[in-house]
Design a protein. Structure first.
Length: 261
């Protein structure tokens, strides 16, 4: 398994490595490589950006507190899910999709105040579920993050990271989830694991932006679980939006009534 790399936005790679490990070591929660894809604009590996002067310590602390209240926990995904190991990532870094359609690491963009990612797995069903909250200093920074992610979907229908390969990477029709200024849904198929062996997994992600905050849920699993995956990402994103509205309410999970188009 590759060494852990910086985290960013929605990531098929994170799910690929978690599920790939589960295949090799049956019944054991695999080592999570907290590598999340986001900010999909082209660029070279190791590209760095300077922190925004607006990113004050007080703003960052408030953003971290918000992310902790909003991001889903293992219990929110439902019965059968357990914490991955590690369970949380707070890295501000991102992953970029280069012009060659390869994934590469880069430092956080200006205006990134806080990022919290939590990952859970259901070993019995072969599912991996991730939720993430990204808080920015202003709305333009959040808008640019979403725009970069969409750009990578339109540029590269096949994407790779080492021997891991995804095909049919595309922007899909977003579900009906209320309360967002923007919604972006991504789907793809993972066809190889990190050791180059054959894989057959589907990946579904839904990202929603409201003001200067970006919320994201994404799941992966076998093809026969597609309907369940769609419900999980949609319900999960709706719950995160409800928590954001109520400034971090921690009410027990209830299945929203969002309908996937």
């Amino acid at each position: 398994m590759p060494e852990p790399a910086p985290s960013g936005g929605p990531s098929r790679l994170l799910l690929a490595l978690v599920i790939g490990g589960a295949v090799v070591v049956l019944g054991i929660v695999v080592l999570l490589v907290a590598l999340l894809r986001g900010g999909g604009g082209g660029g070279s590996a190791g590209e760095s950006v300077s922190p925004s002067p607006r990113d004050s310590a007080s703003e960052a602390a408030a953003a971290r507190n918000l992310a902790d209240r909003v991001t889903l926990t293992t219990a929110d995904w439902g019965p059968g899910f357990v914490r991955s190991d590690p369970y949380e990532s707070t890295s501000l870094n991102e992953l970029t999709v280069k012009d060659t359609c390869e994934l590469a690491d880069r430092k956080a963009r200006p205006g990134t105040l806080a990022v919290l990612t939590r990952t859970s797995v259901n070993n019995d069903d072969g599912l991996t579920a991730v939720s993430e909250t990204r808080a920015y200093a202003d709305q333009p920074a959040a808008e640019k993050f979403v725009a970069d992610t969409q750009d990578s979907l339109h540029r590269c229908s096949t994407q790779t990271y080492g021997k891991v390969r995804w095909e049919d990477v595309r922007e899909a029709v977003a579900p009906d989830v209320n309360g967002f200024d923007e919604l972006v849904s991504e789907e793809s198929r993972q066809v190889t694991y990190d050791d180059g062996s054959k894989a057959d997994l589907i990946y579904i992600s839904v990202m929603g932006r409201t003001g200067d905050t970006v919320l994201n849920t994404w799941v992966a699993g076998p093809p026969d679980s597609e309907s369940k995956l769609r419900k999980l990402v949609t319900d999960g994103l709706q719950l995160m939006r409800q928590r954001l509205t109520s400034a971090g309410a921690t009410a027990p999970y209830t299945s929203p009534t969002a309908t996937y188009r």
